[in-house]
Design a protein around this ligand. Structure first.
Ligand SMILES: NC(=O)C1=CN([C@@H]2O[C@H](COP(=O)(O)OP(=O)(O)OC[C@H]3O[C@@H](n4cnc5c(N)ncnc54)[C@H](OP(=O)(O)O)[C@@H]3O)[C@@H](O)[C@H]2O)C=CC1
Ligand SMILES: O=C(O)C1=N[C@H](C(=O)O)C[C@H](O)C1
Length: 275
């Protein structure tokens, strides 16, 4: 698969270049970043110490959209939605890792997936996707008798909160228990909060330093606690997964998928996911 990277100069973009070059099923075919970046025109391989790739960073997806079979986009919501339109018009597939999209932006992705194949997931690591499955079991067994809290920690540069992964963890729990996250989520607490309502799902966000990404779902029952925790120690865990998803899209012409589909874990889920 010929792969293009959007947001190529970013933290994840550089990792995605490296992961694309390392995967025997993929070749690096294009790289895009924001207009005005001092890196426009640079050899994309140079960004990861592997110069001479002959792929140069451009400032407009439209210039290279036909050069790749699939683009991987880890940028910001506004840019991602614009990129979906460009890829849709060109018939080019997309893997999207950007988080923080609102309902309207997610609906735009769903609509575009009527014409092109899109994989959209808040977390491309194998470990987090395993945790989504473990969580269904934990919620089924303990959910009604426990207070459930989702705790996440990320680096100081992260611009959205709670993380996309934390929100998906909350969705998995809520849907397994027949609740609607929009009604039962509580984001942080302060002041005279009153006693905790067992039907709520709490979210706590930590931002600091260079934390790659930690997530815990806590089930606090009377007399015992269960915690399901994932800690990413390298962004390559996400990068490898996203490039695997790009290669997996080779067999799909249209539709909206997520990493559960790529890993073959989607079959028996309660219906959460898909944006
Ligand atoms: N799904 C997953 O597994 C993961 C998802 N993420 C998500 O990926 C996203 C990016 O994270 P991260 O790499 O840390 O962020 P960065 O800010 O480091 O990277 C984003 C890059 O995209 C560039 N960019 C912004 N707008 C455009 C545009 N219109 N066209 C092209 N490039 C653009 C930015 O340029 P500039 O800085 O100049 O604005 C920057 O280089 C976030 O939403 C994050 O939550 C992160 C890790 C894993
Ligand atoms: O911004 C990040 O860094 C990450 N974002 C994703 C999220 O919001 O869930 C995934 C990962 O935890 C890293």
């Amino acid at each position: 698969m010929k792969v293009g990277i959007i947001g190529a100069a970013g933290r994840m973009g550089r990792i995605l270049i490296e992961a694309t070059l390392a995967n025997p099923q993929t070749t690096l075919a294009a790289a895009v970043d924001v207009p005005g970046s001092s890196l426009i025109g640079a050899d994309a391989g140079e960004l990861v110490g592997q110069g001479g790739q002959g792929v140069f960073l451009v400032d407009d997806l439209g210039k290279v959209v036909n050069d790749a079979d699939v683009f991987i986009d880890f940028t910001v919501p506004q840019a991602t939605v614009a990129n979906v339109d460009i890829c849709r018009a060109a018939g080019t597939k997309l893997v999207i890792g950007t988080t923080g999209l609102n309902d309207e932006q997610k609906a735009a992705l769903r609509e575009a997936a009527g014409d092109i194949a899109i994989c959209f997931a808040p977390n491309y690591s194998i470990g987090v996707n395993l945790c989504f499955k473990l969580l269904e079991t934990a919620a089924r067994v303990m959910g009604e008798d426990a207070d459930i809290e989702v705790i996440e920690a990320h680096h100081r540069h992260k611009i959205d909160a709670p993380s996309g992964t934390a929100l998906r963890l909350g969705e998995v729990v809520a849907q397994t228990l027949g609740r609607d996250l929009k009604d039962c989520a509580v984001y942080g607490r302060e002041g005279q909060t009153g006693a905790r309502d067992r039907k709520t799902i709490g979210f706590e966000t930590i931002r600091g330093g260079d934390i790659v990404g930690d997530h815990t779902v806590l089930f606090a029952a009377d007399g015992e606690r269960v915690e399901i925790t994932h800690k990413a120690s390298s962004r390559m865990a996400f990068g490898r997964g996203a490039v695997h998803a790009a290669a997996w899209l080779a067999d799909h012409d249209k539709g909206l998928f997520d990493m559960q589909d790529v890993l073959g874990l989607a079959g028996d889920s309660a219906g959460w996911g898909k944006g």
